[in-house]
Write a protein that binds this ligand. Structure first.
Ligand code: 13P
Ligand code: SF4
Length: 346
């Protein structure tokens, strides 16, 4: 089934929740920003969040951009509007700061597909092979891994090992993507996946291609390989945003989460940007609302805590990722600026 762009735009602007009357939204946003300033806090918001939650952010971006923003912040409190592993990453980079997750239900099903015991068993099957874990993993799994990666730098991180055999956990979509870019490596890929990106089928892509024959098809590597193989371009969230933004063509079919699509529709209203139907929506990303952000800020609730026995080792996997990928860990590329600067850095 195909959805017209006008209908999609309307649905996307409203996110997946109830529409809040405009007056309340505005006063909530103003109150949040006032308290953020008073408490020397910073709001980091993943681009899959509801648009109104993006509006109160200091920094909007993908996993890598937000990790960088967390690494460089001088704020005392980090309010993280993303899923649990992202807030944990911010805490691992800022041990003495308070990190708040406005709604604790906001977990990542893919990250939950691998436990520490699962990883230990996987390692036992392939003794001696280093482990690269996708940032979409718990602190416990990170502590059992050698280095972490994001979808922006996964190829670079895996290729940094001299060993031929490497374990890659937990995302098989991204794992196959990396394997195909690095034919000299032998990746042992765990069987985890993103339920939101895997919702998109090859048939959905064919339907949209028929409707928009001139469109450029762009996919996130978390999609099923059968899906991203149909795309003209495959990239992480920030890479997708930049690709569409810089491209001379006018029509794009995006095979990724609807929050990114909604954001690009808003920022690039002169282009036709559509996705598949039913909308690929991550319900876990949409738990945070303006009310929960305000509540966590006022009451300092839903603070992220990480077990002491895994903290240091988990933090090392993230700092090692930065060491491999960039000379300055606080370097800030791929970052959308917040409501006061709505630009994407080149
Ligand atoms: P990036 O933000 O790294 O592109 O990953 C997408 C995602 O699924 C976040 O959970
Ligand atoms: Fe996890 Fe997929 Fe949601 Fe990202 S989009 S948080 S990988 S379930």
């Amino acid at each position: 089934m195909v959805v017209e762009i006008t209908k999609q735009k309307h649905d996307l602007q409203n996110g997946n929740g109830k529409t809040i009357p405009q007056r309340d939204v505005q006063s909530l946003k103003e109150e949040i920003r006032k308290i953020v300033k008073e408490k020397n806090a910073v709001v980091l918001t993943h681009i899959y969040q509801r648009l109104e939650v993006q509006d109160i952010a200091d920094h909007i971006g993908d996993s890598l951009a937000l990790s960088r923003a967390a690494a460089r912040t001088n704020a005392d409190i980090i309010v993280f509007c993303g899923v649990h592993f992202m807030a944990e990453t911010a805490k691992l980079l800022n041990p003495v700061k308070t990190v708040l997750l406005p709604d604790l239900q906001s977990g990542c099903p893919m990250a939950d597909m691998i436990s520490v015991d699962d990883l230990r068993a996987f390692k036992a099957e392939h003794p001696g092979a280093p482990v690269v874990c996708y940032v979409n993993s718990s602190a416990g799994v990170k502590a059992e891994s050698d280095v972490c990666c994001t979808s922006t730098n996964a190829v670079q991180v895996v290729s940094s090992f001299k060993e031929k055999e490497v374990l890659f956990v937990p995302d098989k979509g991204l794992g196959v993507w990396v394997q195909e870019r690095l034919p000299d490596k032998k990746l042992h890929i765990y069987d985890g996946f993103c339920p939101t990106h895997y919702q998109i089928t090859p048939k959905d892509v064919f339907v949209m291609r028929e409707k928009y024959p001139e469109a450029v098809v762009v996919a996130h590597p978390e999609c099923d390989p059968e899906v991203w193989r149909l795309a003209d371009f495959v990239g992480s969230t920030s890479q997708i945003y930049k690709f569409v933004s810089n491209h001379s063509k006018e029509q794009f079919i995006i095979l990724s989460e609807q929050g990114l699509v909604a954001r690009m529709q808003r920022d690039m209203s002169h282009k036709t940007i559509v996705t598949t139907f039913p909308l690929p929506l991550c319900p876990n990303m949409k738990y945070h609302k303006l009310e929960s952000v305000l509540n966590s800020l006022i009451n300092n609730v839903n603070e992220i805590e990480i077990r002491a026995d895994v903290f240091q080792k988990a933090a090392q996997t993230i700092t090692k990722m930065f060491e491999i990928t960039e000379s300055d860990p606080a370097k800030n590329t791929n970052l959308w600026e917040g409501p006061r600067k709505q630009a994407v850095e080149a």
